[in-house]
Each structure stands twice: as structure tokens, then as C-alpha cells.
Design a protein around this ligand. Sequence first.
Ligand code: FCB
Length: 460
Amino acid sequence: MSVRREDLPADFVIGTATAAYQVEGATREDGRGESIWDAFARVPGAIADGSTGDVADDHYHRLHEDIELMASLGVDAYRFSISWPRIQPDGTGPLNPAGLAFYRELALALVAKGITPYATLYHWDLPQTLQDRGGWLNRDTADRFAAYARMTVAGLGDVVQHWITLNEPWCSSFLSYAGGEHAPGLQVGTDAARAAHHLLLAHGKAVPLMRAAAPDAVVGITLNLYSVVPASEDPADVDAARRIDGLSNRFFLDPVLRGEYPADVLDDLGQRDWFAEHAGAEDLAAVSAPIDFLGVNYYSRHTTRAGVATSGRSPHPGSESVEMVDTGAPRTHMGWEVHPDGLVDVLRMVEARSPGLPTYITENGAAYEDAVGPDGVVHDEDRRAYLEQHLVACADAVREGLPLRGYFIWTLLDNFEWAWGYSRRFGIVHVDYATQRRTPKDSGRWLAGFLGGTLGADRG
Ligand code: FCB
């Protein structure tokens, strides 16, 4: 199955995505403060290969080279994230002019190349000073975020029009505060749901302030949604699917799009009383502030079965007994099953709640074990096929009438893949970390061919 540009609407946006801590490096330059990922990466055993984001792709110093690369790929847009501690080192107080200047330079250079900037305000690098005060378990962090968002949009809103408040609040709450796999590496069990509420409140409080700061701002939030299906019709397996769909999808979609938390999930979590007291109507009105689009990160599907409760750490607190079934579908180097049709499933979830709300796939991509071959090229046919299959799914979604407006590939460059360090490569451009040499992989060249970029033309 193949796809051509003409299979998607002419104004369909195709871009690449990255996140600050994964690519920038320069963690101690120009007044940047410490983030929770700087601290977490130093914890022995936290990162698979013992690495940190201190240098990463050195994108902070190579932004023009990297933008040149994107221009040669022919992308329409670039989704990057702003490092909160680079802009506001302590998470409070005035902005750091040098930090702001870096993102202004980046955005202006993109615009000069005809590439539309999409900026994410929070892709997980909370200022450590705020973590010292409880991080996302502290409600005050929501107000700190809203103030940071307002000032950042005021400072860059003349160049950047498209804004994403949060990236994947499921990861910054359940994975980070229950699973302990991401910074700050806590395991507070079902109380992680409170961190989720404070994140969503941060989003909701920020939205009107961002609009006031830049009336033309186009504002959304990015959720990581999963296609979830039961392994069988056995009621126990069906209930397992309800639980995982609840924790991963509905717990975020429902408050943002409908102004309510799903009662069954609050019960699974044993958090009904806390939410009744601390997440009332006023909060939910804020959380469900009208947005211009919903960003969806889609990677995989979960097939669920009722199993035996495990006592180890779990990013699914209260539902530890659910097991994920191996369906035999191909897997990426992350172990994630490849299910392109799940991309349409998750867009339907959004449409069911907010008919007509524009969506973007703000991340989709795959890690595979690739290396530069003797011919100087990276033959990553598996990644190329993954991307193509998911673009086919995008075309299917559009044909079905779903308001999908764009697709961002995760990711431009191989980079610091969080708890996996540099041991997982998602890039369509290979990075040799010793030399910082960038080598477009076959997937990148294929994309350039698809988009009509110059990089596609220089190869037969
Ligand atoms: C997502 C993250 C992104 C990247 C991909 C593989 O959950 O948003 O930064 O790590 O997964």
C-alpha cells in the first residue's frame, strides 16, 4: 500500500517533531536553570545507558544546520518544545532574555524557510525548583505554568502562532508519579491521578491567558492516545480494556473535551473523594476551556487481558492486574506493536466527544536498530514502511470525514529517548553522537521524495 501527497488535502500539514531536552543539549548555558530531567538522568539506573541530555544533538548550537536539513526534506512545519527552565530558570519570576532569544531565533529562521513553527510549552522538563515544592502534586504548579505560558506567548506570539500547552500529560503523571519510569521517578500509586489533575488545570488556566497575550494564537493540547481492544469477549478481558482505555484515554479526553472525569476511572483509582473535594466544577470549567485543536500522539495499540495483580511499580495504578497481550503483530525496537489502523480509532474517540474539532497527529514514528552502512547510508526500510502505513491511515481518516489537519513525524533526529537514553533511535536522520554528524536515513530521503524536498531529488 502506498501513499502520495495528492492522497491528502492540499493544506494538510506535514512536519517533524522534537522536544527540547531530547535534542538541545547546552543544559548549563545562557542562564538555563535545572530541570527534573537533569536531576533524574543523574540517578544511577534511571537511564538505560547511563546517559544524560547534557549534549544530546547539540541542537542549541546547530539549529541553523538542522533547519536547513528540514528545508531540504521539504516539511511544512516543525513542532519543537520550549524548555521551561531555559526561559524561566526557577519556574517563577521574570523570563531569561537569553532563553527567549534562542527560541525567537529558531522561530524566525523557520519562518524564513517557509516552515511553520508549532511550539509545545511543556514537554516534561519542569524546573527542579518547582519539583522541590512538590512538582505536579502541588496545585500551585498549575498557576506557575499558566504564568510561564502567558509570558512566553507574549514574548514569541508575534512569530509563533500555533501553540501546544502540554505534551502527553499521561506520561508526566501516571508514568512519572506511579510508574516511576520518567522524572521525577516517584511511585505514589493512584495519587498520581492528582498530578494529572494539576497538569490539566495548568493547561486550562493557561489557555485564556495565552489568548489574551496573543489574540491570533491557535491553541491546543497533545494527548497520547492508544487504541485499546480486549483480547477476547470474556467480560474480564472486556473490563481490562475498559480500565486501560479509561486510564490512558478517557481520563484525559473527558475533562478536556467534556468537562468531566470518568466516574468509573475515579472508582478504579479510589480517588473519588479527593476529586470531589479538589477538582470541582470551577476547575473542570477551566480544564475544558475551548481549544482550537487537539494534538494526538499515536504509536500503538494495547490488547488487554485480565491477569494476576503484580506488586511491582505500574503506570496503571489500581489496574495492575491487566496484562497486555502479544498479538503477534510486528514490533518496533521499543517493543510496541505496529497497528496503523489504530490511528483512525483514536481520532474517532476525539470526534465522538467534540465533533468537528480539528486534530493533528502531533507524533508518530518508530524506533528501529539502524546503523550507517558501508555505503554511508542508513537503510531503514522498516521505519519508512511504518511512516508510509500511518500516512495511509491519515488519508483513510480524512476520507472518513475526520477533521485531521496534519501529521508530525517523531522524530527529525535520533535523540535522547528519555529512560532509554541514546539506545533507541527514532530519527529519520541518523546522528553520530561522537561527531554530531547528521546522515539522512532512507526514510528521510523517502519523505523528501514524498514532499518534493530537494533531498529527495539527488538520489535515483
Ligand atoms: C512520546 C514522547 C516523545 C518520544 C516518543 C517516542 O511519548 O512524547 O518525546 O519520546 O514518545
